[in-house]
Write a protein that binds this ligand. Structure first.
Ligand code: NAG
Length: 109
């Protein structure tokens, strides 16, 4: 019985450590601005911004893109974009952050 209890304790503490470290490891990875995924995300961001704030921005250029990995929780893209105002034609620089959450569910059957 005593050995059973201690092995349970060990398993629990490993799980706690495991989930803490899963949240703790984050790193930033630069992305190639010509990567089709980056272009897709930039276009998606502009479309969403236009939709949400009722603007008419047009993507001119992707200046930079990094992905920030947040353990197993998800990751986000951080982009610096040049976009022109569809009304005035004025080009401005925008910072865009887009989070992608990895949803994992498990249930005991
Ligand atoms: C675009 O220009 C119009 C007219 O000046 C302005 O009202 C609008 O706020 C501008 N949009 C953005 C996203 O800056």
């Amino acid at each position: 019985m005593a050995t059973m209890r201690s092995s349970c304790l060990i398993i629990i503490s490993l799980l706690v450590l495991g989930s803490l470290s899963a949240f703790a490891w984050t790193f930033i990875k630069p992305m190639d601005v010509n990567d089709p995924r980056v272009i897709e995300i930039a276009n998606f961001a502009i479309t969403e911004l236009n939709h949400k704030s009722n603007t008419n921005l047009k993507l001119v250029k992707i200046e930079s893109c990094v992905t920030q990995v947040l353990g197993v929780v998800g990751y986000n893209y951080q982009l610096v974009l040049l976009a022109s105002n569809g009304t005035t034609g004025e080009t401005n620089k925008y910072w865009v952050g887009l989070g992608i959450q990895l949803a994992i569910r498990a249930s005991k059957l």
